[in-house]
Design a protein. Structure first.
Length: 207
């Protein structure tokens, strides 16, 4: 997983509350277990017409927001089903950070597991950041996870809080598998000892 330290990128304003995971990635696209390729279908019902053509008014179909790495939105983002494909789709599109007043709990946790930083900020602050984002080519925000600050284009710094453990894992780029592999030597020693004492049992090989 790619570490998240400091991100400076285009911010896209999405002033809508209760965007559920079926809007982020509809269920018909959940057949794959691959994390790549879902970006083209992120926000599919909001981005495309029934004939597959783009809806020109949707923010991510417009420049410079086609290249957005930060999404600023409203309350309860990621509600609905618990599908992990939702953060996969956002990440594959290019989104590394979502800023909102609140998130659905399971989606919030899935973001951290997939290298996306979800930041909770009050609604009025999100509205101010949306105004920044509406500046188009000047819509770049900086997110400093080490210092826990969002930096606006005018230089104002907005503090945010993240769980200390989740913050560390993002900074180090560790997902669940990465955390396990940190203990690879101890696991391998255990397997070697168990193989010697119980040779009839299958062994686990870490790669």
């Amino acid at each position: 997983m790619q570490p998240f330290t400091i991100l400076t990128g285009i911010a896209a304003p999405l002033p809508e509350a209760n965007i559920d995971t079926d809007k982020i990635i509809p269920s018909r696209f959940l057949k794959t277990i691959q994390r790549s390729g879902l970006g083209r279908n992120a926000f599919d019902p909001m981005r495309y017409n029934e004939d597959g053509s783009e809806k020109p008014d949707f923010v991510l179909n417009r420049e410079p927001y086609r290249h957005a790495e930060i999404l600023v939105t409203y309350e309860n983002f990621g509600c609905g089903s618990s599908r992990e494909h939702a953060p996969w789709a956002l990440l594959d599109f290019g989104i590394r950070c979502v800023i909102a007043p609140s998130f659905a709990d399971i989606f919030h946790g899935n973001c951290f597991k997939n290298g996306i930083l979800p930041i909770r900020l009050p609604r009025d602050v999100c509205e101010a950041l949306m105004q920044d984002a509406a500046q188009g080519g000047n819509s770049r925000l900086t997110v400093d996870l080490e210092r826990q600050r969002v930096i606006r284009p005018d230089g104002e710094e907005i503090p945010f809080e993240v769980d200390a453990m989740r913050r560390r894992l993002l900074l180090e780029g560790l997902d669940d598998i990465g955390q396990t592999l940190q203990h690879a030597p101890a696991i391998e020693r255990f397997e070697q000892n168990r193989a010697a004492s119980s040779p009839w049992m299958p062994s686990i090989v870490l790669t």
